[in-house]
Design a protein around this ligand. Structure first.
Ligand code: SF4
Length: 273
């Protein structure tokens, strides 16, 4: 069941759908809450999510500063908070090191989801290990096998997930709300507490709270993903310009947060593996 306990002195946010113990919330309820959350702080939004959805709530983690802000903030609200990541098998060594640091510092063991070995074997046998540089389709296939499928498996375990998405990151993110129904992942709730944060605010939080962060940032990275598909960017460049930099005019997305307009990954996967 859902935890709807409200402590004395709390600004009361009790929602009928949750009190009835029937998640996920419907579209209207989510929309109304999202409007209310517009002037709430990231901490308020996160606390609402934890109090109403934990333990059927996952914080998404991919080793970026935004994820570390959320992890730190969530851990202070409830140290038993659940964090998950997708290990594509192609991550930077620095990201693995940060995972260990998270355990040492917070005692949080990040739940790691891996791609299906048979999918990876089949794909690599047919297209080679570094297929992603050859075509956008093959890049999408790799993201589907290594990221999107394991993500689907992770999200089927919960009623909601928290992401570090920010509106200023990329055009496709300008309109995100702090609370959404995730139509790509079984209508669960998607919580974006940092939607209105700037990159500067993220770093301010990191510094003020001495939160550990990925050492790649010290080497000019401003967005972190898989090692072969991410590179540092120049200060004047868009932070996400370092993702799949060889693709021109393609969405800088992997399909975790939006389905890329190619007719769906399943179709591509059917065709290519
Ligand atoms: Fe594959 Fe690159 Fe996508 Fe990672 S980011 S899953 S290596 S294509």
């Amino acid at each position: 069941g859902l935890n709807t306990t409200v402590r004395e002195g709390d600004e009361i946010m009790l929602y009928p759908a949750l009190a009835g113990g029937a998640p996920p919330l419907d579209e209207t309820e989510v929309h109304e809450l999202a409007i209310e959350f517009e002037d709430k702080t990231a901490h308020d939004v996160l606390r609402w999510a934890i109090e109403n959805l934990h333990p059927r709530l996952y914080i998404a983690w991919s080793g970026q500063v935004e994820d570390m802000v959320l992890l730190d903030m969530a851990w202070r609200i409830n140290p038993a908070v659940r964090v998950f990541t997708v290990d594509t098998g192609r991550l930077h060594e620095e990201t693995y090191r940060l995972m260990e640091e998270v355990y040492e510092r917070y005692g949080v063991r990040i739940e790691v989801y891996f791609p299906e070995p048979s999918d990876v074997e089949k794909m690599v046998k047919e297209h080679g290990v570094n297929l992603f540089y050859r075509s956008v389709e093959l890049r999408h296939l790799c993201c589907y096998v290594r990221k999107v499928k394991p993500l689907l498996r992770a999200l089927s375990q919960v009623d909601g997930w928290v992401t570090g998405l920010r509106r200023e990151q990329w055009a496709s993110r300008h309109n995100i709300m702090k609370l959404e129904v995730d139509h790509d992942h079984g209508q669960i709730v998607k919580v974006n507490p940092l939607a209105d944060w700037t990159e500067r605010e993220v770093w301010q939080y990191i510094r003020e709270n001495s939160v550990p962060y990925n050492q790649l940032y010290s080497r000019g990275y401003r967005s972190i993903g898989c090692e072969p598909c991410t590179r540092p960017v120049a200060p004047f460049e868009d932070p996400r310009a370092g993702r799949w930099w060889w693709e021109k005019d393609a969405p800088k997305e992997c399909g975790m947060h939006c389905s890329i307009e190619t007719g769906g990954f399943e179709k591509i996967a059917d065709k290519l593996i």
